[in-house]
Design a protein around this ligand. Structure first.
Ligand code: GRG
Length: 302
């Protein structure tokens, strides 16, 4: 049984929130006898036992800001992580980035096979929407539930993650300017991070002005996440990242460091984070969890 978070600094609540979302993910993947064995094994392999859980943590931190009860956030946190896990499985496939290492282990298609990995990704995405649409803790607020489903669908779909991925693939071998990079990553990486932060606000009572400020933060911090990700690819080793360092240059992709230089990319990440934080500070002390996470996203080492 996981108990309520305290009012301690957010860093002290990380393990608590990670445990909550991990429990929820284990629960929603407890589908023995309902799902073919190999498919379920691949789904579990892709989701459980790895990953920083940044998107679920953003959900809980944004829920603190909106003063939403934790139990109403578990399905939201699980849903965004399920969509994220699906995207990683498909991103690693031979037809995409063709990677064999993820979260320190063989990628799903290496551990199983390509067809099973495709099906596992498809199933995880559908399961995310099922979890969000059917969670009993959300039943009392059906309007918010539908708006959150819309956030998640937009983030995952053609104007979000998949659209960004399509732009990324089309740009392979081209030298992109910063505007081109930003267009890709606001979709590919940023949209799901933005949705993770905005969905809990649908459950709270914030004003349109507060939501607009939160959205500035949510959009910009997604970009910071990607700039840092690109920097880690050149700064960090494979063992620390749990995935192959330097794979972007191997795939002939433009990145923030290749476009702006390493120092330029660091500077852009810091400036963008500061802009995000300025918007967040207008929302008062209950935004401290999101503030802490924005620092983690800027400075993370893996
Ligand atoms: C094939 C239909 C079809 C769709 C593909 C794969 C895909 C859609 C989109 C790609 C989205 C993607 C993989 C974006 C990269 C985002 C990113 C920086 C991921 C790494 O996230 P972390 O560091 O990973 O949070 P962990 O492992 O910690 O969860």
């Amino acid at each position: 049984m996981i108990t309520r978070a305290t009012t301690a600094p957010f860093a002290e609540r990380l393990d608590h929130y990670r445990a909550r979302v991990d429990q929820k993910l284990a629960d929603v993947l407890d589908l023995d006898r309902q799902v073919p064995e190999r498919l379920l094994a691949a789904m579990r392999y892709s989701v459980l036992g790895g990953g920083k859980r940044v998107r679920p943590l953003l959900v809980y931190a944004s829920g603190e800001l909106a003063q939403v009860a934790e139990h109403a956030l578990d399905a939201v946190a699980a849903a965004v992580e399920l969509v994220h896990a699906y995207s990683l499985v498909h991103d690693d496939l031979p037809a995409m980035d063709d990677d064999d290492l993820r979260r320190g282990r063989p990628t799903t298609h290496k551990e199983f096979d390509d067809a099973t990995a495709i099906l596992a990704g498809d199933a995880l995405q559908a399961l995310a929407f099922e979890v969000l649409a059917t969670d009993r803790a959300l039943a009392a607020n059906a309007g918010a539930q539908v708006r959150m489903l819309a956030w998640l669908a937009r983030a995952a779909g053609p104007t979000g993650m998949v659209g960004g991925q399509a732009l990324d693939m089309a740009a392979e071998g081209q030298r992109l300017d910063e505007h081109g990079l930003e267009r890709i990553h606001r979709g590919k990486t940023g949209a799901l991070i933005r949705a993770s932060i905005m969905m809990p606000s649908e459950l709270g009572t914030s004003s349109p002005e507060q939501r607009a400020s939160l959205d500035v933060f949510a959009s910009d911090i997604g970009l910071v996440f990607q700039i840092r990700d690109d920097l880690l690819e050149v700064e960090q080793d494979t063992a620390t990242l749990g995935k192959h360092a330097g794979s972007d240059s191997g795939n002939d992709k433009s990145t923030y460091p290749s476009t702006l230089g390493v120092e330029g990319a660091r500077q852009r990440a810091a400036e963008t984070q500061q802009r995000a934080v300025a918007a967040l500070r207008t929302l008062g002390p209950s935004a401290d969890g999101l503030l802490w996470l924005s620092g983690f996203i800027l400075n993370r080492a893996y």
